[in-house]
Design a protein. Structure first.
Length: 190
């Protein structure tokens, strides 16, 4: 069974919306505004590229990343990986060329079936709505969280507010950096 890893930049109050400067959000670009750059805080991002064997996106994140990431040198290791986009509305003709094989999955059941295939870890960047749905369905195996020392208030959240049974996590790696960012890696306890 493949491991599904959710990786996110998250504010201390759980917001994941527009960390890189995406338009339409009041605090857009919050990961680099007033936060000193400390290279070692982002080592996990390089490691994720080396370990991932596939990528998973929700439609909105795919549409945001696919025009940009294929040409970015810092994401070159992701280029040849197979991509999976979970969407009930995305059409095949909306997929970009030159960013590895891309498959549209139409349901969470399709994600569960993908996890049952042979292969290594599947990494999921962004995709706030998909993350919440996969978490609620018990399909995420690990979280890589870079927690920023910010309270953003409103914005898309990493986790849903659904009333559900407790989901226990095991902290398997952590680090605090001089700029206040914290790395927290959690395995989901089954």
């Amino acid at each position: 069974m493949r491991t599904l890893i959710s990786t996110a930049f998250v504010s201390l109050d759980g917001v994941v919306e527009a960390p890189g400067g995406e338009p339409g959000y009041r605090n857009s670009g919050w990961t680099f505004k007033d936060i000193e750059f400390v290279p070692e805080a982002y080592e996990i991002k390089e490691r994720e590229q080396k370990e991932a064997t596939a990528m998973l996106f929700g439609r909105a994140s795919y549409e945001a990343f696919s025009p940009v990431w294929p040409g970015m040198e810092e994401f070159a290791d992701y280029k040849p990986l197979p991509k999976y986009v979970v969407s009930s509305t995305l059409s095949e003709d909306a997929l970009v060329d030159g960013w590895g094989e891309t498959t549209i999955l139409r349901s969470l059941d399709d994600v569960a079936a993908l996890k049952e295939t042979e292969g290594g870890p599947i990494i999921m960047h962004g995709s706030a709505t998909l993350n919440r749905n996969l978490s609620d369905a018990g399909l995420i195996d690990r979280y890589h969280l870079l927690v920023f020392p910010l309270l953003l208030g409103a914005g898309k959240r990493l986790f849903s507010s659904t009333d559900k049974d407790t989901q226990k996590l095991k902290l398997v790696e952590h680090e605090a950096y001089a700029n206040g960012i914290q790395l927290n890696v959690f395995d989901v306890v089954r």
